[in-house]
Design a protein around this ligand. Structure first.
Ligand code: FDA
Length: 506
């Protein structure tokens, strides 16, 4: 590729007031690495040998994006789009053939309209900024999306997006009411001009297969002025297995104002031996008094006491679930530095029947052998039971008690042995097979896992892609492929797990 020619192409195809040349970073530019590394969350996907983008574009205007699409197509380059950079397999900033990276960092405007109960949020905004802006305008409005404030809106909303209000309101994508995006022909589309099929596809089917999302319009959700939270932990010695078993029996049946998420991580007990800590973090959309009385009646085994329940505003509960429990200011939510940057491999499952205590015992054994593991159980039920599986491509609804996320983490020093940690988590995943959803064994797109299968660089067929596609989207996969075939038959927007068109023309 002759870069000068390519730059000329970009300049002549972006009719904007701000020259695109101010937004281009090649490998020789001194800011290239800083920009590239700025939002990478999983360092496993970023090594000296990873293929880096030939060019990073940080568009300032829509016409810069249109030019990037046109010129990448003309010169046969791939285009990867990055909003928050939190992709678990790094698909927004890594590719196996020469590519450009479009970094949406300057597209992060958020316009909250309380009278209309809605907001326009650009793809490059992070969740923390969105939550902050809503709370700035109202104490009784919120939004149902993920827990980590540094996640980008662009990837998160287009893959689903769930957090502490999922039982009350469903996933983030359930609340998208309009979108502004650019398709493979460089056309700017909104809901009215794209048609309902494409609008359906980008709400859970992943934006990366269909175009560049510029902004979403979302409906806000009501929250009470005061909510209540608690965090209560049990080690294995303190009877965690029995409590966790009971948790599985009740957690999806609670009233939908109540949410309890479980984190499981290694710790050391009083005798200095390694054990597992099972932490129960809860949000109740109401008072501490009602929170406590509900838990004491329906889940007394957890042993929650009145001193555990703390009242706060909804925005403070966002900080609490993000792990900021030392009185940090809500301005912390505006910090775009990835909160958990590190080396990891993650996987996910959905559980439809309680895992028996014997199954939990086997799980502890594997977790105690792994060094720095982390697991999360995030409950469904409530509103999730009411939304049909085909309403949007995100299909994980009725019948799921909770979602599991497994994470193996390691340090930079341990990274040369990354394969050992990856083998460990694959073994854990195999062990869990009898206890989780089957036919298909479902997975969550936003917890992307390339072990499930991937597209070949140039050739992929429907039946090959169906293997991972049915896990992420169940019966919605077929419809996603139909939409893809109609809107991007040449498969310009692609990655290792993008939706393939029926007939690949690349
Ligand atoms: P990133 O920019 O890496 O993009 C992810 C994918 O979307 C890529 O394929 C990318 O090309 C595509 N994409 C991004 N922007 C686009 C755009 N503008 N147009 C088209 N395609 C675009 N999930 C959850 O549901 N609940 C949770 O609580 C959490 N918590 C969490 C914590 C941490 C620490 C991490 C790392 C991740 C999570 N997640 C999560 C998962 C998260 O939802 C998932 O990684 C999202 O895809 C991240 O979106 P980003 O925009 O940050 O990623």
């Amino acid at each position: 590729l002759v870069l000068n020619e390519f730059f000329q192409c970009l300049s002549s195809h972006s009719q904007s007031s701000i020259p695109i040349t101010n937004s281009l970073y090649t490998k020789t530019n001194s800011s290239y690495s800083t920009i590239l590394e700025s939002t990478i969350d999983n360092l496993r996907c970023y090594s000296p040998t990873t293929i880096k983008p030939l060019l990073i574009i940080t568009p300032m205007e829509e016409s810069h994006i249109q030019a990037a699409i046109y010129c990448s197509k003309t010169y046969g380059l791939q285009l990867r789009v990055r909003s928050g950079g939190h992709d678990y397999e790094g698909l927004s900033f890594v590719a196996d053939s020469p590519f450009l990276m479009l970094d949406m960092t300057h597209f992060r405007q958020i316009d909250v309209n309380i009278e209309e109960n809605s907001a326009w949020v650009q793809a490059g905004a992070i969740l923390g900024e969105l939550y902050y802006k809503i709370a700035e305008k109202s104490k009784i409005h919120g939004f149902s999306a993920g827990l980590c404030p540094t996640i980008g809106v662009g990837g998160h909303f287009s893959g689903g997006g769930f957090g502490p209000m999922v039982r009350k309101y469903g996933v983030a994508a359930d609340h998208i009411v309009d979108v502004r995006m650019i398709n493979s022909k460089g056309r700017i589309l909104t809901r009215a001009s794209m048609g309902e099929n494409l609008f359906w596809a980008i709400r859970g089917g992943g934006g990366a297969s269909f175009g560049v999302i510029i902004a979403y319009k979302i409906n806000l959700v009501p929250v009470p002025p005061t909510v209540s939270v608690f965090s209560v932990s049990k080690t294995l010695e303190q009877g965690a297995s029995k409590v966790l078993y009971r948790y599985q029996e009740v957690v999806d049946k609670f009233p939908e104002d109540l949410f309890i998420r479980v984190s499981i991580l290694p710790t050391t007990n009083q005798s200095g031996n390694k054990t597992m800590l099972v932490a129960f973090n809860s949000l109740f959309l109401g008072s501490a008094k009602d929170h406590l009385s509900l838990i004491q009646t329906s889940f007394p085994e957890l042993g929650v006491q009145s001193k555990d329940c703390k009242e706060m505003s909804w925005i403070q509960s966002v900080l609490f679930f993000a792990g900021y429990t030392n009185g940090e200011s809500i301005d912390t939510l505006l910090d775009r530095t990835p909160q958990f940057k590190g080396y990891f491999k993650a996987k996910s499952d959905f559980v439809k029947a309680p895992i028996p205590e014997s199954g939990l015992e086997g799980l502890w054994k594997i977790l105690l052998e792994g060094d720095n593991s982390l697991m999360f159980f995030l409950p469904f039920g409530g509103k999730m039971n009411e939304i049909p599986e085909s309403a949007i491509p995100f299909p994980h609804r009725k019948g799921n008690i909770y979602n599991i996320q497994y994470v193996a983490r390691w340090t930079e020093q341990e990274n040369p042995q990354a394969e050992k940690h990856i083998a460990w988590i694959r073994n854990l995943y195999d062990y869990m097979a009898p206890y989780v959803s089957k036919n298909p064994r479902a997975s969550y797109l936003n917890y992307r896992d390339l072990d499930l299968g991937q597209n070949g660089n140039t050739k992929t067929n429907y039946s090959q892609a169906l293997i991972w596609g049915s896990k992420y989207f169940k019966n919605n996969f077929y419809q996603l492929v139909r939409v893809k075939t109609r809107v991007d038959p040449g498969n310009f927007f692609r990655n290792e797990q993008s939706i393939p068109p029926f007939k690949m023309e690349v």
